[in-house]
Design a protein around this ligand. Structure first.
Ligand code: HEM
Ligand SMILES: *[C@@H]1O[C@H](CO)[C@@H](O)[C@H](O)[C@H]1NC(C)=O
Ligand SMILES: *[C@@H]1O[C@H](CO)[C@@H](O)[C@H](O)[C@H]1NC(C)=O
Ligand SMILES: *[C@@H]1O[C@H](CO)[C@@H](O)[C@H](O)[C@H]1NC(C)=O
Ligand SMILES: *[C@@H]1O[C@H](CO)[C@@H](O)[C@H](O)[C@H]1NC(C)=O
Length: 386
């Protein structure tokens, strides 16, 4: 631990200059001389207070003149989330795909103008849900020192990494929120776990034709979710679907209905061309209005009533599904929170010190506050003391 202790003690000086040291390497294992060269190049950016709920959550034109779609430039990051990809491609998030938690929360709901962020109008995702999603992904995949996270893969743009075992590898990282049984992204076992996959989208189309008369709705979501899980159990020897991924898998099944339908259309039936525009092209349909009123994962009960699922994994090749009794189930949000903090975060950051510790504590406090705002009634846990 000598290296990290030294680094984070020195970090407290908050010196920031420029040097040629590659910005994305871990500091673990560097000599004292090397550290003396590197440390002054680190910039600490503390966590910012998180935005609250929207004052105006009405339907608003999102695809406006100020937010044109622009194609990717080399190095721009896009990943498994069609919503964040789209927001970045329209400039509601930084177009390079590297953002702070506050920028992400503002983008998925709607920000009041703030000189630190961009003036933003997003999808009207409910505030406590947005906070939990942004903070839980940030704690695993983001850089607590620079306060930046990639919505795709590893990039030097998030700055110098804290020491391993921290990963800071962006939303593509498997098994936090990214995971198996996505609708339009393949399981990690098949290789590319985050790009749009036409074969999988064709299942989305087939189920919409079969159960939704050519549209995607909650009924289709239920049948497709069952199919995706059963198909992975039967074909993916490394299949796993446990908390925290479990929660995003079932939530995302209804997200297209809740957020991809134009705000002026109250039918609950998503057009497949519109779906493709988000999933594949990362583009708002022309003249798109966001939904009317903030919402979270409503409709998920339609999915779970039809397809109750107990978290588990293939223990021994395909078709060897076993239940994981240690995983939170969908009705145990507090166990999800507790295990996430005590296991996932503690594994990545076993002994943080200095500014790293300070940043983690603040972000964990924000995470807990999101569970309070969601009304979960969880008991707070303090892996690094109070
Ligand atoms: C705090 C903001 C958000 C974060 C950090 C986030 C993160 C993620 C991540 C990591 C995934 C990958 C999960 C997988 O493996 O399938 C994902 C998928 C997805 N997200 Fe988001 N997301 C956010 C907000 C939203 C919003 C507002 C929407 C809808 C407008 C949305 C729609 C989706 C959908 C539909 C998928 C599933 C993709 C698929 O199954 O093919 N997300 N998101
Ligand atoms: C798309 O997903 C399927 C599995 O669902 C996989 O077999 C195939 O290799 C994937 N295609 C690409 C290009 O990754
Ligand atoms: C996800 O996909 C990327 C690139 O396709 C790959 O580099 C990465 O290792 C994958 N993640 C895991 C955990 O397999
Ligand atoms: C989905 O569409 C089908 C076919 O139109 C319809 O029978 C079903 O009630 C719809 N489900 C919902 C939740 O809208
Ligand atoms: C996706 O983009 C391609 C290429 O720009 C375009 O031809 C196609 O119409 C777009 N599809 C949708 C559904 O937006």
């Amino acid at each position: 631990m000598f290296a990290s202790l030294t680094v984070y003690a020195l970090l407290a000086l908050r010196i920031c200059t420029v040097s040629a040291f590659p910005a994305y390497q871990s500091l673990a294992g560097l000599t004292r001389d090397q550290l003396d060269t590197v440390v002054p190049t680190l910039a600490y950016s503390p966590p910012q207070p998180l935005p609250g709920p929207l004052k105006d959550d009405s339907s608003i034109l999102v695809y406006d003149a100020a937010h044109p779609y622009q194609p990717l430039r080399p190095g721009d990051q896009r990943g498994p989330c069609p919503a964040l990809n789209t927001l970045a491609s329209h400039g509601y998030l930084p177009r390079n795909g590297v953002a702070t938690p506050v920028q992400i929360i503002n983008a998925v709901q709607q920000g009041t103008f703030d000189f630190l962020t961009l003036p933003l109008i997003g999808f009207n995702l409910e505030n406590s849900f947005a906070r939990f999603l942004a903070l839980s992904t940030f704690l695993v995949n983001g850089n607590p020192i620079t306060n930046l996270m990639s919505i795709g893969g590893v990039t030097p743009l998030t700055g110098q990494n804290p020491p391993a075992p921290a990963t800071v590898s962006g939303l593509n990282t498997h098994n936090n929120c990214e995971g198996d049984t996505s609708m339009t992204r393949a399981d990690t076992y098949y290789g590319d776990n985050h790009s749009f996959n036409e074969t999988r989208f064709q299942n989305f189309v087939r189920f919409s034709n079969e159960f939704g008369a050519g549209k995607y709705n909650y009924t289709v979501a239920a049948h497709l979710r069952e199919f995706l899980v059963e198909e992975s159990i039967a074909n993916n020897p490394e299949f796993t679907l446990v908390s925290p991924r479990l929660f995003t898998a079932f939530g995302e099944s209804v997200f297209p209905v809740n957020f991809f339908i134009d705000g002026r259309d109250k039918s609950g039936q998503l057009d497949l061309g519109v779906a493709r525009s988000f999933f594949q092209n990362m583009t708002f349909p022309r003249n798109f209005y966001r939904r009317d009123g903030a919402v979270n994962n409503v409709g998920q009960d339609v999915v779970t009533n039809y397809y109750p699922f107990t978290p588990g994994y293939n223990a021994n090749g395909v078709n060897s599904f076993v239940v994981d009794p240690t995983s939170a189930t969908l009705s145990q949000p507090c166990l999800r929170y507790t295990n996430f903090v005590n296991n996932n975060i503690k594994l990545l950051y076993p002994n943080p010190t200095g500014l790293l510790l300070q940043s983690l504590k603040t972000n964990l406090q924000y995470l807990y506050e999101a569970t309070v705002a969601a009304g979960d009634g969880c008991t707070q846990v303090f892996p690094y003391g109070q």
